[in-house]
Design a protein around this ligand. Sequence first.
Ligand code: GAP
Length: 458
Amino acid sequence: MSAADDAQLESYEGVATIEKVAALARRRGFVYPSSDIYGGLGSSFDYGHYGVLLKQNVKDEWQRSMIQEREDMVALDSAVILNPAVWAASGHVEGFSDPMVDCRTCKLRFRADQLEQSQCGQKPSVAPGEAKQCDLTEPREFHLMFETQIGAVRDDASRAYLRPETAQGIFVNFKNITSSLRVKPPFGVAQIGKSFRNEITPGNFLFRLREFEQMEMEFFVPADEAVQWFEYWVEARHRWYLDLGLRASHLRVRAHQASELSHYSSATSDLEYLFPIGWLELEGIANRGDYDLRAHAAASGTKLEWVGHEERYVPHVIEPAAGVDRASLAFLVDAYDEEVVADRPRTVLRLHPRIAPVKAAVLPLVGNDSALVEPARRLYEELRRTMPVEYDASAAIGKRYRRQDEIGTPWALTVDQQTPEDGTVTLRDRDSLEQERVPVDGVPALLRDRLDARWDPR
Ligand code: GAP
């Protein structure tokens, strides 16, 4: 299905809510509130076993499409704490802040530019400033970078920052990369890593966190190719989410108005996903021009330009910037479904098989029958050499299927009394619930083929 085939929805239609997805994620070991036994820490989360596997799949797919399958891309893993001069030159020290107002009555803090969409602390709640008890301060700038100190002395000279984006680590390595690797514009540098922002209004589960992971790529091009590469990357990044199963009706490209553009950007388009709480940014693709390389060259005194045989110029930059946690949330929300099967409710995560944390579950029909347990263990041990699989011999088979449905396992392989007789097992499909008998020897190759095949959501 292409984006064009499927008209986008006006508003969310579906059974998922952020609360339901967060509850399932906690119950099934994807994501826990951080520091839980101490009452948690606002908008901070720990990933459990299945969350780690899912998040790793998201990163692997990004890396595969960005680096492995391309000849014009190299990787980087730069430090979280950089020389503070980086953040002065990039404009973050001066400008990375949000205008906030405080209410002296309810003690809540609001983004000054989002008052109309916010709710004050009065009951019934209205927009801040609209109730007669509201007593708002003038807008004040709140800085979003986390500060820390380097070394034993705590003074202005030892102040450093946790990076609020991974991108600057790429720009300040431009000279290292061009002089050590075989690259020539157009080429890109891709990196995945943690970023930190002291968000004033975090929330909505994994959507806005203070500590999160980004997948950013800076694509360096000759100035006269920037517009064409910008369009290329908007299309390529849109296709990536669709290919991994996000429904086209829930994904759109939104070009920024001139008034929304960041100081460095001549064009930005957001890929937006229709969450149950509305259309929200999933990823931003920006044409950053030569702003960053020129700013760092001026501040550091190091020339940051491409030097070819007969040419020398400062490349322009196209940046697709995505969030691992936000993408993971979109995949979870998009996959979440509830239905009634044979008079019993079932919750299922219809995740793309490549995003699903576990690819298959091997289940002996009777958990204490050695005639079934032995071939089941053999199949499980064979499969786990090449993919994440689970063995489960506990509880009734229906309950075991439901558990796998809730963590999004696409296939269940049931070893039953027929297996010792004819060497076949039942393959159950998570989405269609169809069951087919397949030769046990062919299962590893069959699953590998299915993982490589195209997959259409619903
Ligand atoms: N280098 C450009 C940049 O950082 P951004 O739009 O601020 O641009 C890029 O961030 C992506 O990082 C966002 O689209 C989102 O997916 C993710 N992101 C940003 N802030 C986040 C937060 N507080 N929590 C979770 N993800 C966040």
